[in-house]
Structures are given as C-alpha cells and as structure tokens.
Design a protein around this ligand. Structure first.
Ligand code: TXA
Ligand code: MG
Length: 336
C-alpha cells in the first residue's frame, strides 16, 4: 500500500480516508496515534494488522466532545465529570462501562472502554470531521518506542497504512494516563502518563495505583501493561541514581570495549560526557517533563548509532517522573 503524507492543512483528505474505513496516523499532544473509525469492525482490524498488535489488547477511543463520549459509555459518574472538567481535553484516558455501537475488537471482549479527548488541534479537527470516535493506539510497530514525530511513524508503518498526517513533534512525549473509574469510589491509575497522580489527587483526593505498578508479581488490569514495550533494538540499561556510581559503570564498560550510548540530563552530561560516548540530552534535571518529552525520540536516535548498549539516567518516581520511569523500566533489560 502507498502511504500518503499529509500536512495539517489536509485534514479533509485524512477524514475521507478514515470515513472509507482506512487507517491514518495523526498527531496528538502525547504521541502519534494510529486511527480508524471505532464503529467499523473491518477498519479497526486493520490497526491490529498494521501494528502487529495482540488482539487481546484493547484500544482507547478518541472523542472531540464530552457529548460524543456520552454516546459510548453507560454513565458518567461525578468523579469522571471532575476529571473531565480539570484535565480534558488532555492526556487522561478514562475507563468506564461501555455502551453503543463500538466495534468489538476495540475493547477485545471487555465490558469497559477507554476514552479520551485529546487537546491537539489536528486530532480534534480530524475526529470532528469524521463524526465518530477514532480508535487509536500509539502509531508504532508493537513493542517499539511510541512515535513522537511523523518520521517515527513513517519508519515503522510506511506501506502498511493509508496516510500519515504530520503535525510536528508532540508535546508531552509519552502516553496518556489510564484512569479506571468503573468503581467511582476507587479511582485507580492503570498506566501512569501525561496527567500525574499528584495532579489527580489535588482534584479527587486519594487515587489508587493498580497493584502491578508497585508489585511485579501482580497481573495488570490494563491488558497492554503486561507486554514488554517501548524497546529499541539495542539493549537499554538503567543507571543507578548516584552519579559517582554511574560514572564508574560507564568507564568500566568502555575499558571492556563497549561502545556506549548515554542518555542523561544536562547536569549528568556535564560530568559524564566524553568524545567516545554517543551522548543524548534529556534536558534540565529539574524539569522532568523535558525528559518525558525526549525519552522515546532519544531511544530511537541512539538505536541508529553505532553503539552496543544504551545507558539511561533514572529520575525520581514523582510527578511526571513516574511515567518516565515506567516507560524506561519497560524498555530496559537491566536495572543497574
Ligand atoms: O496517549 C495515548 O493514550 C495514546 C494516544 C495515541 O492517544 N494512545 C495509546 O494507546 O497509548 P495504546 O493502545 O498504545 O495504549 C492504551 C492502553 C493500553 O495499555 C491498553 O491495554 C489500555 O490502554 N486500555 C485500553 N482500553 C482499556 C480498558 N477498557 N480497560 C483497561 N485498560 C485499557
Ligand atoms: Mg502503545
């Protein structure tokens, strides 16, 4: 299949493709999504095919308004209204009981559905034009880091999808928070993401974490969280928190003849940068949202370099650092 490259002035064309049952990649504020008409079984099946995604991993649907969402969920509890009024449009996916004519492969046989209203103007315009929700996972090949530019999508999916709408680099850089509200008394984060637990707690009071996020042996409630994910071809190792220990490890690896790719904050790079290493910056250590925005793109960049291993700086597991560490630990084969 020939993949068309569209810019954001060509949303009409993209909408036409989607209405005719094709899949189209489009930008959101988190990562690029691979969209299809969520009410069209055949169209949704093409998403799974293009990505090589396991069929037991449900998709989230993207809506352009709360009114549109209401057609596809059984009810909207007060707790959901609160989240919506503070964080929509934005990077927070709500899991609610489903209703209405959604293709069964979207939810993979579950009684619940994940729904979010993205804030990216291209995404909103596109959903609005198509007139139905778009089912969309991240637009990467299954297992690869999520795409934050149209070029990443092209690398993974060219020839397998109808079109890519280029809206520039995404802002948040990692995916939405998945928040389970099926028990309104117990809002539970299934996947940490763009809206932090702290931000949610400021609005809702206590917010639970799905057991698997703190206990490796617990089965995740979000099917997608059980898969190894986000991995480049090269092995990814997470450095220890201490700069001195990290330096020792890096130096030792190079004595042993490894070609090291280093992904770290400006603060760490000041101490750890050498000409031999491929260095890639995560930005200001005090601004973890920069690290979150750069992680996936930097992993892809280092993957293309002539190196044998990618070493990455850990961040504190608070605020957006929680989502950063969740993705990093999933990408990693070793935590040093
Ligand atoms: O930011 C994002 O969420 C991006 C952009 C494109 O919107 N999308 C995204 O989709 O990350 P995907 O399919 O890569 O991840 C969706 C996650 C998966 O872990 C999936 O298992 C979970 O949400 N999920 C979807 N529906 C669910 C449901 N009904 N119950 C529990 N988890 C669900
Ligand atoms: Mg994904």
């Amino acid at each position: 299949m020939q993949t068309a490259f569209l810019d954001s002035s060509n949303i009409d064309k993209a909408a036409e493709y989607l209405k005719s049952g094709e899949v189209v990649a489009f930008p959101t504020e988190t990562v690029y999504g691979l969209g299809a008409d969520a009410t069209n079984e055949e169209a949704v099946r093409k998403i799974f095919e293009a990505k090589g995604r396991p069929s037991d991993n449900p998709l989230i649907i993207h809506v352009a308004s709360v009114k549109q969402m209401e057609r596809y969920v059984e009810s909207v509890p007060d707790v959901a209204r609160k989240v919506i009024s503070h964080f929509w449009p934005g990077p927070c996916t709500l899991v609610l009981n489903k209703k209405g004519p959604i293709a069964s492969s979207v939810t993979g046989g579950m009684e619940t559905i994940g729904v979010r209203m993205p804030s990216h103007p291209v995404a909103l315009a596109l959903i609005d034009k198509v007139g139905v929700p778009l089912a969309a996972p991240s637009a990467n090949s299954s297992g690869k880091p999520s795409p934050t530019t149209a070029l990443h999508v092209k690398r993974d999916l060219e020839g397998k999808i109808k079109a890519i709408v280029d809206g520039g680099a995404t802002g948040v850089g990692l995916e939405s928070t998945v928040l389970d509200l099926t028990d309104p008394q117990k809002p539970t984060i299934l996947r940490p993401g763009g809206v932090t637990r702290e931000e949610l707690e400021a609005v809702l009071g206590h917010v639970w974490l799905d057991a698997h996020l703190s206990d490796d042996s617990a089965a995740p409630k979000s099917p997608g969280m059980k898969y190894k994910h986000y991995s480049p071809e090269k092995p990814v190792w997470v450095l220890p928190e201490s700069l001195a220990e990290a330096k020792e490890i890096l130096d030792q690896l190079e004595v042993e003849g490894e070609n090291v790719g280093l992904l770290a904050s400006e603060d760490w790079l000041k101490h750890l940068k050498t000409d031999r290493r491929k260095n890639c910056s995560l930005g200001d250590k005090n601004r973890p949202q920069q690290a979150a925005a750069r992680l996936f793109s930097a992993l892809r960049e280092l993957d293309d370099e002539d190196i044998s291993v990618i070493l990455v700086e850990p961040y504190q597991k608070t605020g957006i650092g929680t989502a950063y560490m969740n993705r990093l630990e999933k990408a990693a084969s070793r935590i040093l």
